[in-house]
Design a protein around this ligand. Structure first.
Ligand SMILES: Cc1cc2nc3c(=O)[nH]c(=O)nc-3n(C[C@H](O)[C@H](O)[C@H](O)COP(=O)(O)OP(=O)(O)OC[C@H]3O[C@@H](n4cnc5c(N)ncnc54)[C@H](O)[C@@H]3O)c2cc1C
Length: 382
């Protein structure tokens, strides 16, 4: 991703602030968008269906997350109450939880962002003067713009791209797990970086991560793994995890039959070397495995009038691209820049059109490059 980096000055005086945005979804893309908007002088209300604690992506790691990028988006040179810098085991690789915590701390410290948990958005609409969402309790939230940061199953996408509202199942899942280094006999042999292995038609990514307290000391780290598997699509359909061609939810430990766990354990013994084999067996033993069906979405639009999409709501690449986080960050900065220009000068809708022109080609290319991997992995024809 080559979008130019830019420091957006923070407008801290209430009188200087203009415009109000509703952001649906308070995960990584939503948090980054809210921060970028606030720094650009726009007040933000965030609506998140989950409770105060995020839905954890246990075991998930994010590549390409540098301290510089996070400081830029959190405005940590200015914000009070910002948390300590992230520590990194492998270059640029962070646990999803650590990145989320860092962004969330910056949002909580920002007086111009209000985050409303337990708020499930059901629908979105707009007229010439404003855009709004209606939540499941019938409350209406109105702003100059509504930004959908509500992930691969986005509700806001229905308002932006009614002809193409759904991300589609890519034909495989990723088994994810996370274990403590201290529970592995072979912990001293953890590599410095991400290991990418293939075997029996499957792929495995193994990676060291900082410990839950951020420690990178030997013995206190965590070990994450992600196993790409195209042979359990029947289970995804039987459990309602995939319905038709649409991904509904991940498999949690209670959804995974004993026989499937035993089969995975046997396969891990055959396919994967230490320390990944032991990490997988430890997670299976503790029933701490999640199965995430992979969705993909190539956007034709990012914007409709006063509605715009960012992050996985806008574009869903396979995690194999390792690009979802950085694309979300560039979306956040570009959409905030456009909205700030829109509420001050040209119309908001025109300004959002500029956001789409800036980002659409890049993000389409990102998803399409991942589709080449997906097609060859699942053996599908292009
Ligand atoms: C297994 C896995 C591994 C990955 N690995 C990498 C990687 O290595 N590198 C990388 O760059 N990217 C990776 N990604 C992608 C990356 O995590 C995402 O692109 C990035 O986190 C942006 O996600 P998001 O915030 O847009 O969406 P999500 O994380 O899906 O968040 C959407 C939020 O919206 C909320 N929400 C949804 N619907 C509603 C509603 N109707 N009302 C209110 N709230 C709602 C949800 O509760 C959630 O909090 C990976 C993804 C997966 C699944």
């Amino acid at each position: 991703m080559t979008t130019a980096m830019r420091d957006v000055p923070r407008s801290g005086n209430r009188d200087e602030r203009q415009g109000a945005a509703i952001v649906v979804g308070a995960s990584l893309a939503g948090l980054m968008t809210a921060l970028a908007l606030s720094h650009a002088g726009v007040d933000v209300t965030m609506l998140e269906r989950s409770g105060a604690a995020p839905r954890a992506r246990k075991g998930a790691a994010l590549g390409g997350v540098s301290e510089g990028l996070l400081s830029r988006i959190t405005g940590s040179r200015h914000a009070q109450g910002d948390s300590a810098p992230l520590s990194s085991v492998a270059p640029g690789v962070q646990s999803w939880m650590a990145v989320h915590a860092r962004l969330r701390a910056a949002v909580d410290a920002d007086p111009y962002i209000e985050l409303r948990p337990h708020t499930l958005v059901r629908s979105v609409d707009q007229d010439a003067d404003s855009a709004w969402v209606i939540a499941s309790d019938q409350q209406t939230f109105r702003g100059d713009v509504v930004i959908g940061a509500d992930g691969h199953g986005s509700v806001v996408r229905v308002g932006v791209a009614p002809d193409k509202p759904d991300a589609t199942f890519a034909g495989y899942l990723i088994w994810l797990g996370l274990t403590n280094e201290s529970s592995l006999a072979s912990s001293r042999r953890l590599p410095r970086d991400v290991d990418i292995l293939s075997g029996g038609g499957d792929y495995l990514l193994g990676y060291p991560l900082p410990g839950p307290d951020g420690s990178v000391a030997l013995g206190s780290r965590q070990v994450g793994w992600a196993w790409y598997d195209a042979s359990h699509n029947d289970l995804l359909c039987e459990t309602g995890s995939v319905v038709g061609n649409v991904v509904r939810r991940s498999l949690t430990s209670g959804d995974i039959p004993e026989a499937t766990l035993r089969e995975l354990a046997d396969k891990a013994e055959d396919l994967w070397p230490s320390p990944w084999r032991e990490a997988i067996l430890d997670c299976i033993e503790r029933r701490a495995v999640i199965g995430t069906p992979i969705a993909e979405y190539v956007p034709d639009k990012l914007v409709n009038g006063r509605l715009a999409l960012v992050g996985d709501a806008a574009h869903v690449p396979t995690p194999m691209t390792g690009s979802g986080f950085s694309a979300s960050l560039h979306d956040a900065e570009a959409v905030a820049e456009a909205i700030a220009a829109g509420v001050r000068g040209s119309t908001v809708a025109q300004a959002l059109g500029e956001y789409e022109r800036k980002r659409l080609g890049n993000v389409r290319g990102m998803v399409q490059s991942g589709q080449q991997f997906s097609r060859s992995f699942t053996g599908r024809a292009a």
